[in-house]
Ligand binder design. Structure first.
Ligand SMILES: Nc1ncnc2c1ncn2[C@@H]1O[C@H](COP(=O)(O)OP(=O)(O)O)[C@@H](O)[C@H]1O
Ligand SMILES: O=c1ccn([C@@H]2O[C@H](COP(=O)(O)OP(=O)(O)O)[C@@H](O)[C@H]2O)c(=O)[nH]1
Length: 236
């Protein structure tokens, strides 16, 4: 029995590269999709937000002198590409997915319309939310928090390159230790960078818990959905 009826899964765009230098690694995307299939088979309704860092990050564009908002729109378009790739891989694996975009690009994907997204979820289809929040200066983590709240998800699952929330960035500080659970207020006040403060604050206000876990650990997503101890729970 899954611990959750409806979840919002945030997949790292950057992790899609696998061991490649950029872009979408075939083996990696297929593996991610099969893990999602396992949890839909458990009877879980799944909505997905995927990042774009494997193709373009607004902060990176901004740092080389590009207009930040323009760079962010490029980042949002990168998430549309990843969303299309993800939904197509789902189709190949026998699942039904629908991509909905926060920015209108109607010849390519349908626009985000909340009641329609809810309908798809009730029909057992996987909904992939593309283009983040549709606004520059935000991230796909914020989009995950926003859409998670909108669809009434019971939890936001952040599948990322680290296996949880640490006391400091574990890639920079080898003495950092992992939290089993942490409150939103503590995560925000300690300025833990695993997710941006806007995403944390939105989830805190909506009482929507977040679980952070490794995207590279086989079976971790299923363990999380079954309510087993995995990664870090960020709670109210
Ligand atoms: N306190 C922390 N705990 C865990 N990871 C952290 C922390 N601070 C910074 N990080 C970094 O945050 C990264 C995950 O965030 P991000 O780059 O936004 O991932 P994603 O591609 O999943 O959106 C990790 O790879 C890690 O290096
Ligand atoms: O609501 C949003 C979501 C995303 N982005 C842009 O899209 C990029 C890709 O998303 P993100 O960095 O969150 O992807 P990930 O970390 O998962 O690879 C971001 O850097 C932003 O430039 C944005 O401007 N608004």
């Amino acid at each position: 029995m899954p611990a959750y009826k409806r979840i919002l899964l945030k997949l790292s765009g950057e992790a899609l590269m696998g061991d490649d230098a950029y872009g979408i690694n075939r083996g990696t995307i297929v593996r991610m999709v099969r893990e999602v299939q396992e949890i839909t088979n458990l009877g879980c309704e799944v909505a997905v937000v995927i990042g774009g860092g494997n193709i373009f990050r607004g902060v990176a564009g901004g740092s080389v002198g590009m207009d930040r908002a323009t760079a962010d729109y490029m980042g949002m378009l990168a998430t549309v590409m990843n969303s299309l790739a993800l939904a197509d891989t789902m189709r190949q694996e026998g699942m039904t997915a629908r991509v909905m975009s926060a920015i209108s690009i109607e010849q390519v994907v349908e626009p985000y319309v909340r009641p329609k997204a809810l309908q798809y979820l009730e029909e057992g289809k996987i909904v992939v939310f593309a283009a983040g929040t549709g606004n520059p200066f935000f991230t796909t983590d914020t989009a995950a928090a926003l859409r998670g709240a909108e669809i009434g998800a019971e939890v936001v699952l952040k599948a990322t390159k680290v296996d949880g929330v640490y006391s400091a960035d574990p890639n920079k500080d080898p003495t950092a230790t992992r939290y089993a659970t942490i409150g939103f207020d503590e995560a925000i006040s300690k300025n833990l960078q695993v997710m941006d403060a806007a995403a944390f604050a939105l989830c805190r206000d909506q009482k929507l818990p977040i679980r952070v876990f490794s995207i590279n650990k086989p079976g971790a997503l299923k363990r999380v959905v079954l309510g087993q101890d995995e990664g870090t729970l960020v709670h109210v």
